[in-house]
Design a protein around this ligand. Sequence first.
Ligand SMILES: [Zn+2]
Length: 498
Amino acid sequence: MKAAAYARYSSDNQREESIEAQLRAIREYCVRNGIQLVKMYTDEARSATTDDRPGFLQMIKDSEMGLFSAVIVHKLDRFSRDRYDSAFYKRQLKKNGVRLISVLENLDDSPESIILESVLEGMAEYYSRNLAREIMKGMKETALQCRHTGGKPPLGYDVAEDKTYKINEHEARIVKLIFEMYASGKGYGDIIHKLNQEGYRTQTGRPFGKNSLHEILRNEKYRGVYIYNRSVSKQAGKRNHHKSKSEDEIIKIEGGIPRIIDDETWEAVQKRMSKNKKSPASNKAKEIYLLSGLIYCGKCGGAMVGNRRRSGTSKALYVAYECSTRKRTKKCDMKDVSKNIVENAVIEHLEKNVFSPEAINELVDKISEYAKSQSKEINRDIKAFTDQLAGVQTEINNIVAAIAKGMYHESMKAKMDEIEAKKANLTIKLEEAKLQAQTHSPTPGMIRNYLQKDADIKNKSLEEQKCIIQVYIKKIIVYEDRISIDTIVDLNGGAKGI
Ligand SMILES: [Zn+2]
């Protein structure tokens, strides 16, 4: 089997293994299991909760090319810490015939493993959010002293040794020019022309554009307000499902930093900006299709895809799934099916058959049993590594004792180096196994809790609904007179195929 490795290291968690350590573990796993490693993808120093992962996205893209049939990660949370994200990309890999393998988590494709996997992902996600909260706390404390918390300071400011802001006179002149020109009624075009004529550049060294001007003119820092909000980290990734409850994350301190713009100019600029504000851009809300990748046409077997159109004299919006064959070639005459109707049917089906109290009881039992069998394996590993480590220590002690008795021989040094390397290797393995035992053995209570949260599917956001559906639904086939729904667990409250 050919496989690709994926490793990720996020700088906001000092406790995690380095890229090198992750790749080493993956390489060892491949050797043990006769897997040929053909490609390696890495992302470094990026936050775990953003989607800014060029290596990852490249790997997903390359999975279409048939170069490898598995992606191997050290731990599942390296793949993703967001359940929706994970379900989405895993499905994409699956479509391309690529399997996800974790070195530390021993997961197969049984219903128990799929659900356990989603429980583990939920735990990892929770952990990530907690960590984010901890980091936020630290940053807030720093922030409250009106200090710079990272990144480039805004145009017009430098960061002093003690991390406070001080005015950069040269840049402050540019800021003043921008504010004064705008306040006096000049347009963006005039201002940009003037700035470029003078050879001025933005903080990132680029010529000024409308967006950079807009940002500057709206930045309250210029009137001396210290602002801290976590959108700093949001800039790193466009998509963020756990968008902060932004208001309570924003800290503003009036007079917290030296001002560049006086109140009068500031007010004039804000007034003019509000007046010029266009009506909100007609941002077409992006439709979220809960059943993407799961729903198929009963006539031709093709995938059904989401579609929205306006129809009739009233131009009412009609959102539906339609047969991709029909859409593409007209060779199928399957009618489309209303998005609402089929999605509601699927959710009701899940509530009745997978999330009924009886079904949950049975699932909790099955999954706990499965998790226990998994942790048995870990505990066996822990014992084996502990025993081997004790053996190695005895060898070391013997050599030390021999040397102490004056029986030194040249060959002892080489031998000692070899044993020390063995010891280091075993220690790492033991630590890994212990970590796994600790963080990856959910109790029955945790599993129940988790399933019950999923069971509340009706009250979840669309993104969350989509991710639950992606876990529990295998396939949906739409016929003209009925819909067939295949879940990973059986209709009568029992787990299927167990
Ligand atoms: Zn069709």
